[in-house]
Design a protein around this ligand. Structure first.
Ligand code: ATP
Length: 216
């Protein structure tokens, strides 16, 4: 068999905490796009979110590690946590390209909700030249009828984004919902892997936060 370039998916997120929505999507795109591995990259400080109820980076990373350890195609990366500060994806991809450096192909995985705020990302033109996009479906964020104008991006970036849309299961779960449920003393079984639920409970994460709306 001819040797082909390794295909690596980069799945960045707050992972506060990681949940089955993340895992099901990563599984679907690994299969659909024939990726060799998916790197889960918890951010240090998310560029587009407040950090009010952000669990410590070490805890978020540990939960990702617990969630992915049984899957040989999944790996947790501390690249953004080590770098610290606001986590810009373009920097992460550049750093990963330098580290791997064997002609790998990189795919940047995002949910449809992130797509809607893409015009606010740092250096999106440059990012789109560094890797291909993989866009996963997300409840409440339709992927039909989008245009360069509606996303406020250039035509070429839009073409590259549209080419990355992948049919994935729609899993209506968010980290916000998990945090709210923990804060209310409700059960999160099956919404996160068992080891993650145990970790949250053992460390007392998300228990002291006030209920937040899941709207945004
Ligand atoms: P929060 O509720 O705290 O805003 P979140 O559930 O959106 O968090 P993130 O860690 O911020 O989780 O998401 C990381 C990436 O995963 C983003 O690109 C996001 O769009 C995507 N994502 C998260 N949950 C889902 C889901 N249920 N379906 C599709 N994509 C998702």
């Amino acid at each position: 068999m001819g040797k082909r370039a390794k295909r690596i998916g980069i799945f960045g997120g707050t992972f506060n905490p990681i949940h089955i929505g993340h895992l099901i999507i990563a599984t679907a795109v690994l299969e659909e796009k024939h990726l060799d591995e998916v790197l889960f990259v918890p951010c240090a400080l998310p560029p587009h979110k407040g950090s009010g109820e952000l669990a410590p980076g070490g805890d978020r990373l540990r939960m990702v590690e617990l969630a992915v350890s049984s899957n040989p195609g999944f790996r947790a990366s501390d690249i953004e946590l080590k770098r610290g500060g606001r986590s810009y994806s373009v920097k992460t991809i550049e750093e990963l390209k330098r580290r791997f450096n064997r002609g790998e192909e990189f795919y940047f995985i995002v949910g449809a909700d992130s797509l809607h705020e893409i015009s606010t990302w740092k250096d999106v033109e440059r990012l789109s030249g560094l890797c291909d996009f993989i866009i996963a479906a997300r409840s409440g964020y339709p992927l039909r009828g989008l245009s360069a104008e509606s996303l406020s991006v250039g035509k070429e970036v839009f073409r590259r984004l549209a080419a990355g849309i992948v049919e994935t299961p729609v899993i209506d779960i968010s980290s916000t919902e998990i945090r709210n449920r923990v804060g209310e003393g409700k059960c999160i079984d099956y919404m996160v892997p068992e080891a993650v639920a145990e970790y949250i409970s053992r460390k007392g994460l998300y228990q002291k936060y006030e209920k937040k709306s899941d709207a945004g």
